[in-house]
Design a protein around this ligand. Structure first.
Ligand SMILES: Cc1cc2nc3c(=O)[nH]c(=O)nc-3n(C[C@H](O)[C@H](O)[C@H](O)COP(=O)(O)OP(=O)(O)OC[C@H]3O[C@@H](n4cnc5c(N)ncnc54)[C@H](O)[C@@H]3O)c2cc1C
Length: 521
């Protein structure tokens, strides 16, 4: 997957496509794979990097959503559990089983959650992972050695899956490219092309060269997450807002705040939400929050209250009370929730289901949904798009389509496991040039070959693409990512043919961003 090759293909293959997708997050990449795998000529344009938006900032769970079950949203849970099973089968190198334990400090908690979670298991049917079980107080403490033992009456263990969101996005982009689709990052759509009153394409700017392109297609799909309203207003400046952004933050801490493989799940916090503390790449991700926002932003900032709420809630359960200085990184995302017709609903009450809208000019917009259900969302969108554009009817093949990197029997203790079938290629690079085996970060287990691989095969174009989304350093330990930045920039500059000035400006820009992911204390 090489950007220069993609740009050449865009210039040479003409500018008429079956499908144009705007946005390279979970939704857009899913739609692109769905379209290209049905044989449609497909191009996806992403203004920044794949998964730059919300899709790299999730809680990293592939789940049915225990919370949605409690809200009575049975159809959403059923759909998500089905997709959880499919994703686990199609991308086993990134999606793994995760045990969660609810610690119980009251007499009713163990039977109550055991019954609820047994229903959850039954809903997964044959795609279930493991049975939920009640735990004694000793059992709960053994599963979660770092939680408070005082007044602990027991717990309930259940299973869901955990994944790496930005890595899955990159692998989806690679899968699209392998099937002959174009996926172009750093390419911003600035306007829609109209043929009479029909949307017939887009005008886009290559943010690297500054060059503009007019691209036509039978159908244009708007999958820009919290930015969908900006695109809708390009067709009709009076269009009603269809998205309600809701902010959620996560704090990343050292693994000894959990001391084990099992995740902590707090089913009801002081604000009536769920809080997770989940082991992820030898760290612990704690979150999340749900704060309504008026505006979409590409780089949202955590509010002080959100940080305090997570720390205070975690302190109620963790034996070693986390302090601000224990936070290795903060990351913040905006949920593109489908705005409900009725005003006044709190964002935490809005369904996580997806919606597909067709504008009067035929622009198809996708809102809402979750990472877990991206494939089903894409299937629904492409069904709609192919009917509308009268494309040849084709059945979806994605329920069983293996995603790039697919590998069975992954050894999760290998720090490079997330490359799946590409893991051997990293070794090959080191065999060809032993210097590439040199370590850039001991604590994050990053070697030089990963940076070379990110540039050559994963379309990393700048330091942030590499440190934030190809290698997850920014989210795992923001200070360490700043320390690594000059070394990574030097390798990237040599791969991309850039000069010293590029290197230093990259380090400066990245450092500014990474400092926003660090808590002041
Ligand atoms: C805090 C939080 C936790 C979550 N946890 C989970 C979880 O554990 N499990 C789960 O299943 N789901 C989770 N979700 C939901 C999930 O992350 C989102 O539903 C999903 O990532 C949304 O993807 P998207 O593609 O719609 O949006 P995005 O990922 O935001 O993608 C939209 C893209 O469009 C691009 N774009 C915008 N304008 C333009 C333009 N003019 N031209 C070109 N490109 C453009 C943006 O740069 C962006 O990359 C969570 C969400 C949040 C906020």
């Amino acid at each position: 997957m090489d950007r220069d090759t993609m740009m050449k293909a865009l210039e040479q293959s003409g500018t008429a496509y079956d499908v144009i997708i705007i946005g390279g997050g979970a939704s857009g990449l899913g739609v692109a794979l769905e379209a290209v795998s049905r044989g449609y000529k497909t191009v996806l344009l992403e203004q920044d990097d794949f998964a730059k938006g919300t899709s790299s900032r999730s809680t990293k769970l592939v789940h049915g959503g225990v919370r949605y079950l409690a809200q009575g949203n049975i159809s959403l849970v059923l759909e998500a559990l089905k997709e959880r099973g499919r994703l686990k089968k199609n991308a086993p190198h990134l999606v793994k089983d995760q045990a969660f334990v609810i610690p119980c400090y009251s007499w009713w908690c163990v039977p109550f959650y055991t019954i609820g979670l047994t229903m959850y298991d039954m809903m997964a049917g044959r795609l279930g992972i493991g049975r939920s079980v009640p735990l004694s107080s000793r059992g709960a403490k053994k599963a979660l050695p770092a939680i408070k033992a005082k007044k602990l009456r027991g717990g309930v263990r259940y299973f869901d899956c955990q994944f790496d969101d930005a890595r899955l996005a990159v692998n989806l982009a690679q899968s699209v490219a392998e099937k002959g689709g174009l996926v172009i990052n750093h390419m911003k759509v600035g306007g829609l092309k109209m043929d009479g009153d029909r949307v017939s394409g887009v005008s886009a700017e290559d943010r690297e060269s500054g060059k503009s392109y007019d691209i036509s297609a039978a159908v244009v799909i708007n999958a820009t997450g919290v930015f969908v309203d900006d695109i809708l207003k390009m067709e009709n400046p009076e269009a009603r807002d269809v998205v309600k952004p809701s902010q959620g933050i996560h704090l990343v801490m050292a693994e000894d705040f959990l001391k084990g493989e099992e995740a902590l799940m707090i089913p009801k916090t002081s604000d009536g939400r769920v809080l997770f503390a989940v082991p992820w790449h030898n760290r612990v991700v704690v979150g999340t929050t749900d704060v309504e926002k008026q505006h979409a932003e590409l780089e949202p900032v955590a509010e002080e209250q959100e940080v305090e709420y997570i720390l205070e809630t975690a302190r109620l359960y963790m034996e070693r009370a986390p302090e601000r200085s224990d936070v290795l990184a903060v990351f913040t995302g905006l949920r593109p929730l489908a705005a409900p017709a009725a005003e006044g609903k709190k964002t935490k009450e809005i369904s996580r289901g997806h919606k597909i809208l067709i504008s009067s000019g035929g622009l198809i917009t996708l809102t809402g949904g979750k990472w877990t259900t991206y494939r089903k969302m894409a299937e629904d969108v492409v069904d709609t798009a192919s009917r509308q554009a009268k494309l040849p009817e084709k059945d979806s093949v994605t329920p069983t389509l293996r995603i790039h990197g697919y590998k069975e029997g992954v050894d999760y203790s290998d720090p490079l496991y997330w490359y799946g079938s590409d893991r051997v290629q990293i070794d090959k690079l080191i065999k060809e040039d032993s210097a590439l085996g040199a370590v850039i970060s001991e604590s994050l287990h990053v070697i030089r070959a990963q940076v070379v691989w990110a540039v050559r095969e994963e379309m990393a174009r700048n330091l942030e693409d590499c440190l934030a989304r190809r290698i997850r350093a920014l989210q795992l330990d923001a200070r360490e990512s700043i320390r690594m930045a000059p070394a990574v920039a030097a390798i990237m500059a040599s791969e991309l043919g850039k000069d010293k000035q590029w290197e230093s400006s990259q380090v400066e820009t990245f450092t500014k961003l990474a400092n926003m992911n660090i808590l002041n204390h």
